[in-house]
Design a protein around this ligand. Structure first.
Ligand SMILES: [Zn+2]
Length: 462
């Protein structure tokens, strides 16, 4: 007799695999053993016996969402008063630097815990994170421990700022690092934590913050480091008029041209924002296999960008891989990847002036397959296929926000809401179950977060 598998999710309203052929199974089920999907079937096929059975009646079953760009530490300065009425990127950085200069291991750890818990509630099972401020050593070590405790796959990017005020750039002296120190610490992190295996829970990348705060050497040597250690390469680019003006004055080139000059346009790169690409730049990104992390709220929260929303439809049509990121809490002030996916759908429709420019399935494919590809994990996560990791999000569709959604729960999930995942499962293990986080003590986490946020903001602990 065949032994039972570890987990069976059965009786779904609809299972959408987001595989290469767009498999959608009414009444679908999936079976999990040792953290991997071992079988997928429809209502007419019999599932195997399982130790744990989840009845997904009335639920939409999707792959776990993949967050392609994030700065978790920024949830310590949400709605920070000093930055409330800042209208450009340069002033925005300066408004926050005093607070961010107070980051310590406890602040970074608890902001990671709270951020990943909020992301898990939005169906996210893998998150990148870009920490480019290091007022103390080993902050990413604290993040990795927090991520392991909560059970979300974690892709920390060892960021940096290597040009300061004295160089005409945007970084105070206490946060500027030497390139050799950045590379040494990146090597230490890769050797200590980077796991390239398909079931990996932690993969380390390298990523200078922006051209506005990075030396030529930091850009060039980071790309060489990524090649040498076979890790991903990440940064922000073309996200604000201030950056275009700064880069034009320093290099006499457009930002993406500078990235190309520095050896960044290749398959191991994924770039956040890319709000202003022209036709030739879009084609260059596609030809080079560079992925884009689209963070739609970031383009709106400060009043929108003069060029309007980014041309995501054109990028997808040209063959650019696009994932979705929440960006830091100061750029979105929420960490719901469901909401960011919905916002991406709406923003592209607004830009193109037609609903067909971005379907619910298009948006969810970016949030699953697009994100998986961006962080270098196509075929491992972001789809529900035999042999992929059992990273699953389960959404109840028999609740008030979805009353009347009878034909198409996928479109319903994106058009209606607000939504929160009913179950979020990573490698076959529950991180959210019945709508509640199960790997974190939420009241205790909020108490620690309030103390850390008060300290970082320079307030008396409340
Ligand atoms: Zn960012």
């Amino acid at each position: 007799m065949t032994p039972p598998v570890d987990l069976l999710i059965r009786n779904s309203l609809l299972l959408c695999a987001f595989d290469d052929t767009g498999t959608e199974l009414p009444g679908g089920w999936l079976a999990v053993d040792d953290g991997v999907i071992v079988a997928v079937g429809d209502k007419d096929t019999a599932p195997p016996e399982a130790e744990t059975v989840v009845d997904a009646s009335g639920c939409l079953v999707l792959p776990g969402l993949v967050n392609a760009h994030q700065h978790l530490y920024q949830n310590l300065t949400r709605c920070y008063a000093a930055a409330a009425h800042v209208d450009n990127l340069t002033d925005w950085f300066w408004a926050y630097f005093t607070a961010w200069g107070r980051l310590d291991a406890e602040a970074v750890a608890i902001s990671t815990t709270v951020g990943l818990a909020e992301l898990a509630l939005s169906g996210c099972t893998t998150s990148a994170d870009h920490l480019y401020l290091h007022p103390e050593p080993e902050l990413i070590d604290a993040q990795i421990q927090a991520a392991r405790d909560i059970g979300v796959r974690f892709h920390p990017v060892r960021g940096s700022m290597t040009l300061g005020e004295a160089d005409g750039a945007i970084c105070p002296p206490n946060l500027v690092e030497r390139v050799d120190d950045v590379l040494d610490d990146s090597r230490r992190l890769v050797e200590a934590y980077h796991d390239p295996t398909p079931s990996s829970m932690v993969r380390v990348g390298i990523g200078p913050s922006t051209l506005m705060s990075s030396s030529d050497a930091a850009m060039i040597e980071s790309a060489a480091f990524a090649d040498a250690f076979d890790v991903r390469l990440h940064s922000h680019v073309a996200d604000d008029p201030d950056e275009e003006a700064y880069v034009g004055a320093r290099f006499g080139r457009r930002p993406l041209q500078v990235y190309e000059d520095f050896g960044w346009l290749g398959r191991r790169s994924w770039l956040a924002h890319v709000v202003y690409p022209n036709h030739d730049e879009i084609n260059a990104l596609a030809a080079a296999g560079v992925s884009v992390a689209h963070c739609p709220s970031m383009t709106m929260i400060d009043g929108g960008l003069p060029g309007g929303p980014p041309p995501i439809r054109a990028m997808l049509d040209a063959g650019v891989n696009v994932g979705i990121g929440c960006d830091g809490a100061t750029a979105a002030d929420h960490q719901s990847l469901w909401l960011e996916t919905k916002t991406a759908m709406l923003l592209s429709r607004q830009r193109e002036g037609r609903a067909s420019a971005m379907s619910a399935r298009d948006a969810l494919r970016m949030a699953t397959r697009g994100g998986a590809h961006a962080v270098g994990r196509d075929g491992e996560i972001g789809q529900l296929s035999v042999g992929t990791n059992a990273d699953v999000s389960v959404w109840r569709m028999d609740t008030l926000p979805y009353a009347g959604v009878l034909d198409d729960p996928v479109t319903g999930l994106m058009h209606c809401g607000p939504a929160s995942a009913w179950h979020t499962i990573v490698g076959g293990k529950f991180v959210v179950r019945d709508g509640e986080p199960v790997t974190v003590d939420v009241p205790e986490a909020l108490r620690r977060h309030r103390a850390a946020a008060s300290s970082v903001q320079g307030l008396t602990c409340q």
